[in-house]
Design a protein around this ligand. Structure first.
Ligand SMILES: [Zn+2]
Length: 258
C-alpha cells in the first residue's frame, strides 16, 4: 500500500506526504500550503523532496510551493488551467504523471467545481482530491457550477470502492452533522460519527476515507437517492426534478448549515 502521511498545516489543512515506492527517503507532497511544516518533516526524517503536486490554485494549497522549490529544487506539477506561484509542469485530465525517481504514477482527472481548473490525482489505490471531495462533504462552488461539481463527484464516485481518499481538509465531523440532517436515518453516518469523534479525541485524522465509505455517507454522492431528494425538497420548499437541482439545493443548504 502506498505510504502516505499527513502533515497538518494552518487550522485544518492536510499536506499529504507520499513516499517513493523504490526509494523511501524520496518523497512527494500534495498541496503544500505552507513550507514550514514540510521542511520540518523532511529534516526530522532525513527525507528528500523530489516532487510537489498541486490540485488547485488556492493559497492554502500552494502557498508553500515557492519556499519548498527554493529549499529543495523539487519539480512542481499543477493544474494546466490554473496559475501557480512558480514555473510548473501542467497537468490536464486524461494525462498521466510519472515521477520516475519515486516510482510513482498518477492519472490526472479534471474535477472542476470548487475552482475552474481543479484536478485530482489517482494511482496506487489512492486519490488526492484537494477541495473537491471531502469526507462526508464537498468543496464550495467558488468558480464552477453545481452541474460541473456533480459531474466531478460522479467521476470520483466511479473509482473502485477501496480507493483511499486523501482530502485537503479535516472537515469530517462538521460534514457528518450536516449529512445526518439530510439523512437522519442513515446508520452508516451514525457509525461514522462515533468513529470520527474517537479519532479526533485522540488527535488523529479521520482521513483517509474510501470511495466505498463516501458512497454510504456523503450526501453529495447520494443526491440521486430518493430519501436525499425528498429531504432536499422539504428544505427547498419546492420540487427538485433533476439530480443537479437536488445537488444544488443540498450544496446551498450546507453553505448556511450550522
Ligand atoms: Zn480550495
Amino acid at each position: 500500500m502506498l505510504d502516505v502521511r499527513p502533515i497538518a498545516a494552518f487550522h485544518d489543512n492536510y499536506i499529504w506526504m507520499i513516499r517513493g515506492t523504490g526509494e523511501p527517503r524520496s518523497v512527494a507532497v500534495v498541496d503544500p500550503g505552507d513550507a514550514g511544516p514540510v521542511l520540518a518533516a523532511l529534516a526530522a526524517e532525513g527525507l528528500r523532496l523530489e516532487a510537489i503536486l498541486a490540485t488547485h490554485h488556492h493559497a492554502d494549497h500552494v502557498g508553500g510551493i515557492a519556499g519548498l522549490v527554493a529549499a529543495t529544487g523539487a519539480q512542481v506539477f499543477g493544474p494546466a488551467r490554473e496559475r501557480m506561484p512558480v514555473a510548473f509542469e501542467p497537468l490536464a485530465g486524461g494525462a498521466r504523471v510519472s515521477l520516475a525517481s519515486l516510482g510513482l504514477d498518477f492519472d490526472v482527472l479534471d474535477v472542476p467545481g470548487h475552482t475552474a481548473g481543479h484536478i485530482a490525482l489517482v494511482g496506487h489505490g489512492a486519490l488526492f482530491c484537494g477541495d473537491t471531495l471531502f469526507s462526508a462533504g464537498c468543496g464550495r462552488l467558488f468558480e464552477g457550477t453545481a452541474a460541473q461539481m456533480l459531474a466531478s463527484l460522479e467521476t470520483l464516485g466511479g473509482l473502485p470502492e477501496e480507493t483511499r481518499v486523501f482530502c485537503g481538509h479535516e472537515y469530517t465531523e462538521a460534514n457528518l452533522r450536516f449529512a445526518l440532517a439530510v439523512e437522519p436515518g442513515n446508520s452508516a453516518i451514525m457509525d461514522y460519527v462515533k468513529r470520527a469523534a474517537a479519532l479526533r479525541a485522540e488527535g488523529r485524522p479521520t482521513l483517509p476515507s474510501t470511495i466505498g465509505l463516501e458512497k454510504r455517507v456523503n450526501p453529495f454522492l447520494r443526491s440521486s437517492r430518493e430519501n436525499v431528494k425528498s429531504s432536499a425538497e422539504r428544505r427547498a420548499g419546492r420540487m427538485l426534478p433533476t439530480a443537479v437541482d437536488v445537488f444544488a439545493a443540498i450544496r446551498s443548504w450546507k453553505d448556511t448549515f450550522r
